[in-house]
Design a protein around this ligand. Sequence first.
Ligand code: HAM
Length: 431
Amino acid sequence: MSPKKSKSQKNILQAPKGMRDLLDDPFYMKQGFYEKAQEIAEYYGFSGIELPILEHEEIFTKGVGDGTDIVDKEMYSLKTKGGDHLVMRPEGTAAAMRAYIEHGMGALPQPVFIYYDGPFFRHERPQKGRYRQFYQFGLEIIGSPKAVLDAITIQTGYQILKESGKDISVKINTLGDTEVRKEYLRELKSFYKKHKNSISQKDLKRLETNPLRVLDSKEADTIAVNEDAPTLIETLNKESKKHFKQVLEYLDAAHIPYEIDNTLVRGLDYYAHTVFEYVTYSEDGETSLALGGGGRYDGLAKVMGHTKDVPAVGLALGVDRIIEIAKEGSFNPKIRKKPKFFFIQIGYEAKAKAFDIIEIMRKKRYPLKHSLSKNNLGKQLAKAEESGIPYALIFGKKEAIDGTVIVRDMRTRKQKTVDIPKLADYIKTLK
Ligand code: HAM
């Protein structure tokens, strides 16, 4: 009987729960998605920024908000040897605002358009489309309250998502400005207090920390009560109504199909005015998946300790989910090319000179496959055949001494010996 292994021994050769290696298609699709998303963002006037993976804990406890699931349950926090409390970023908006303030971007012409991408970390229960390390592509427009910017953000994200080949719907709502929210939260709290015996215990607790999340509850008892809950739309003031109306008018002008969803509140505290989510539906229309979301966060800078108000709007797209649902071939990265040549070498002399041949091909941008660790002609030819690559370059001891290469058409089996200096010109003539 094998000795009993401790839990850590058992799992050491597996990635941590909710984290995974991306290889083959997922690797290249992620790369291709980033390329496409960055290209579209650049056309819409955004510039790239690389944000650190770690930030001070307060960036998120203040920014995203105590009482949200992300902050209360899902952050990977660590104490450094120097005693700093840092967090593996669970999202990018608060970090982008920190960068805007740190670099004095307020002194630049406003607003500032930025995009970022990379891994984010949330200690959630893993399932399909939900990971503890996941990837986002984010856009932020910082420094202006104008409704047209909410619309251009939604439009840029929509155009990126359309590249997946799937039908995308936009759900949109408004949370009103800070005053409206305060008033609404008061009404909501008093409504739930009247119904405290009919909603779940879990939601009663949430009512104290984050009443808006009760509206989003998945608990059957609460869902029933929610049907009569006051809606924020009824509480909206004139300014908030005007802003929302303008955003919708711009979306109409951009021909973006949207659906107003008054139950959409989102799980982060910093939003005011517009909030939205992109969803795609399963083929039977039964289930929906959020591919991204965002909104306006005019109050965030002050909450994070900045002296001035900095109005801003942005979004983040869930890269893992997008590449999982995307139609084949939607996100081919530029570096991934179909090889036209299979390089076969036999013997030490050929192997030593192989580096030169591979370099000639790279410089002329001919993607190549090879099996440099092999020596046997038959096995390498079989591999070339199996990969369906149209040409083989055969390079043995004789060719290495003569300074030639045999170019073989794998379909007709015809071959020709070519001098190495003329190789690049010769293969240009091949179909
Ligand atoms: P969020 O809704 O928390 O927003 O995340 C955006 C998207 O990231 C989600 O719609 C989903 O597609 C993806 N996502 C979130 N969590 C996971 C996970 N555990 N596994 C896989 N995908 C996930 C934000 O993060 C805000 N910072 C968006 C924003 C930018 N608002 C204003 N500016």
